[in-house]
Design a protein around this ligand. Sequence first.
Ligand code: CTP
Ligand code: CA
Length: 222
Amino acid sequence: LHTIARPKDLAGLRIAVTAGPTQEALDPVRYLTNHSTGKMGYALARAAAMRGAEVTLIHGQTALPPVKFTTDVPVTTARQMYEAVTDRFDTTDVLIMAAAVADYRPATVADDKIKKKEGDLSIPVERTEDILGTIGPRKTHQFLCGFSMETRDLVENSSAKLAKKNLDMVVANNLKVAGAGFGVDTNVVTFITPDGTRELPLMSKADVADAILDEILRRRAK
Ligand code: CTP
Ligand code: CA
């Protein structure tokens, strides 16, 4: 159903979607990451391509097959994702940051496998680049859509991100709601924009993707 007879209502739009987790190496064997599987971001890339957009999918490591009719840009770390996004930013009309970017990376990456030893019980970390936080204040014509995963105070926390990162829209999901979050094929999201909030019912990630694109199209037309 999703692959046939789609109106090409996004034709002419250049959309960059980020998806999946980043991995931040500690040594040649280990890394810091999170539970993101990339499903929501890939669904967005697929839906946008079906609707005629020129789509670049910048993604961390996932188990998903590449999305047809998109430019595939695989990355590993937050720094690489930052570079991939900023390199294309001038020629991007809509940036949708569905990726779960690691907030911290180990302060140093050991050349050799770290061996366990007495008293060695913490890992020094540093902040990664905040991709949206850095480019939000610099945006010109771009529409910026962030994601927000929360376990409490969903609307308050997500509204703060909308303002702080200078975004046009935040898609917020509450990790504690059944049918939402990591790995599953459904989601329950709330759209947060400068005009207010709108909670959507439980939907497939494919339908959530189309609803997000509908909202972006509507808001860009204003
Ligand atoms: N994001 C980003 N760069 C980062 C971290 C997050 O661009 N280093 C983006 C995410 O892709 C998402 C949005 O910012 O679209 C919000 O991510 P989130 O983790 O919810 O917000 P943070 O600002 O990292 O706040 P916290 O994790 O403390 O809730
Ligand atoms: Ca974060």
